[in-house]
Each structure stands twice: as C-alpha cells, then as structure tokens.
Design a protein around this ligand. Structure first.
Ligand code: AKG
Ligand code: FE2
Length: 350
C-alpha cells in the first residue's frame, strides 16, 4: 500500500465514533475566495479537498431557502424519502428505506420526529426536476466558475489545455464535446449537462451518507445553504482500507460501516487515516475526483451539489462510460444495485 502523506497540521484523536482510528481534525484547508489560478494549482491538480468560503455570499438561496420555502414551492413534489435507522448498519447501497411521498410530508416528518435514532432525507434529488416544478429555483444560486466545468451548460468553460500528447488531446476533446452536447435525455433548464448530476439534499439532523467516492470519477462542489455537516475524508491511495465494491471507479461504494466497523472482517480499516472538517452554511466543499468522503448532518440541512468534469478528470470520466455498461450488467446479475438515492439503477434516477 502506498504511504499516506504525513499530516501538515495538528493530529487529534477524537476518540468518538472512530474509536482508535486516526482522525485528523482540521486537516482540510479553508480558503476564502481564492483566485482560479491558485485554486487549480493548490487543490484541483493536487486532488486535495478544501472548503471554500465566500462563494455563495450573493446567492438569493442564502436568504430564501428553508423548510417553509421548500414547503411552499415543492410541497406537492413526488419524491422518495430516505428513512435511516441510525442504530443499524449503513453502507452505500444500503442507506435505509426509501418511501414514496410528497416533499411536504417529508418536511412534516422531519419537524415532528422525536426519535434520535431516525433520520429523514431527500437524498440527491435531481435539481432539473425541481426547476421543472418551480422555475424560480434556478435564479436562487449560481454555478461557481472557480474551477472550469465542462459539464456547465449555462456558462460553458473555455477549451484550454496544455497537453501535447495526441491520445490525451483526443480523449479530452471527446469528453468535452460529449458533455457540452448534453445527453439524449432532456434536462430542461438544468444547470449542468444531464450527463452528470446537479442534486439537492434536504434532511433532518443526523442523516448519514456513508463512505463513497463520486461515481464516474467526477469531482463535486457541495454548497451548504442551511445547517452544518460533518465531513470525513479518506485519500484515494487508501481505498483498500475501505473495502470498495467491484467497479470502484464507477460507483465508489465502501463496504465498511465507518460508524461501527467490523474489524474482524475488514481489518485494514484499522489503519485508515481520516481527515475531518465541518461544513458551515454559506461554505462550499470541494471534493476531488476519486476522494472518499462520508457526510453527516449536524443540524436540519439543505445542500445543493453538482459534479465537475474538466481537464483534471475528463479522461477518467470518459473511460468510465464503457465500464459503466459492464458494471450494470454485472450488478444486474447480482440482483440489482441500489445507488446513493435508492433508485434501482442509475437510469431510474436521472
Ligand atoms: O451531503 C451528503 O449527504 C452527501 C453529499 C455528497 O456525497 C456529494 O455531494 O458528493
Ligand atoms: Fe459524494
């Protein structure tokens, strides 16, 4: 196993949910409105997570979004609510039950719940479906132009690459063309190409998204509007310690429940080094391609997230496309794959 970079900052053993696991508190940098050049150099090309502050200051969402606003505009939206039992095993693919209901009913459940071991989540709901329902939502936030995003169809990034390698150049060109053309599925007024995800998370205190790395090697911004989230990270070179399911690049699903690991069955988890931080309202988390992360809501929470493909990860993304078909055939033969949203397969979801 490749050695893990030594910590640059204080090492704190929290001794909380991770027991003896090495958890490095405050290991994630916070940067205030960095220049695109600095951010690319220090985080994107180094594939290092970061929290960016100040990018959402002018978003109307910061004033408007809350349960009342979602009840008013999306109360009768049909959703699948993720009901999590926090005292049971939670790994990606098994994040709890999914129950069809109206979003308004989910918000009522969140507000009326008195069981601390239960959490309710609208998990990764496609934003274009919300915009279809209430177009005004699209004016509440803006995509962030800090990192070029070839999947951004509102403000397409300029084609710019330093590479002279013809194979790489061809791959990058194909990826960009493919993304810009969107897909055969309509995503009216969506903010990103429908080949990648722009998704909303609305939930109670306590929701858990277990360790995963985002599918198809995409990077992501997680923009926190309401409430705080505790975020845990594991660097990509440690993937074996999380026991990923097959097709790791494709689906990135860890099989260890980090909240109650079975160290007899998953002994390598004992050596994992976890970086931890807290994401506050108004802050944006940058999750690099391939980086493992797990997220817990510390309060009732609303977040908007979208995926990023650019020169850094476009070849990874492109090579995942054929692999994805193989993975789907494989998981179908295994009785189906439930992804983060609980949808049976990727196509039910987007
Ligand atoms: O906030 C969450 O529950 C999960 C977010 C996430 O994994 C992402 O945006 O990539
Ligand atoms: Fe994620």
């Amino acid at each position: 196993m490749t050695a893990v970079n030594p910590p640059q900052k204080d090492v704190a053993k929290t001794g909380t949910i991770f027991g003896d696991i090495d958890v490095r508190a405050d290991a994630i940098d916070r940067v205030h409105r960095p220049s695109p050049e600095d951010f690319k150099r220090d985080y994107v090309y180094k594939r290092k997570p970061a929290i960016i502050t100040g990018l959402m200051d002018s978003w109307p969402a910061m004033e408007k979004w809350g349960f009342d606003y979602f009840r008013t505009h999306f109360g009768d939206l049909d959703i699948h609510a993720n009901i999590q039992k926090l005292d049971s095993k939670l790994i990606l693919g098994h994040v709890g039950k999914f129950q069809p209901m109206k979003l308004g009913a989910l918000l009522d459940d969140i507000e009326n719940n008195t069981d601390p071991d239960r959490a309710h989540y609208l998990r990764a709901f496609p934003v274009h479906r919300m915009i279809d329902h209430y177009p005004g939502l699209a004016d509440d936030y803006d995509l962030l132009d800090l990192v070029p995003n070839w999947a951004d169809i509102r403000h397409p990034a300029q084609w710019k690459t330093g590479t002279k390698n013809p194979a790489r150049l061809l791959g990058l060109f194909l990826a960009k063309t493919f993304l810009n053309r969107g897909s055969n599925k309509p995503a009216p007024r969506s903010t990103v190409s429908s080949r990648v995800a722009a998704v909303m998370f609305v939930g109670s205190k306590g929701t858990v998204t277990p360790f995963h790395s985002d599918g198809m090697q995409t990077a992501a911004y997680l923009n926190q509007v309401v409430g705080r989230k505790r975020c845990y990270f594991v660097s990509p070179d440690q993937h074996a310690r999380l026991y990923p399911r097959k097709f790791r690049r494709q689906f990135g699903m860890a099989q260890v429940d980090y909240r109650r690991p079975d160290l007899e069955r998953t002994p390598l988890f004992r050596d994992v080094v976890v970086e931890e931080t807290i994401l506050n309202p108004g802050e944006t988390l940058y999750v690099p391609s391939g980086y493992w992360h797990a997220i817990e809501a510390m309060d009732a929470s609303i977040s908007y997230s979208h995926q990023i493909v650019n020169e850094d990860n476009a070849l990874g993304w492109l090579t995942c496309i054929p692999e994805r078909y193989l993975a789907q055939v494989y998981f179908k033969s295994q009785g189906g794959l439930r992804n983060v949203t609980g949808a049976k397969d990727w196509d039910d979801w987007a």
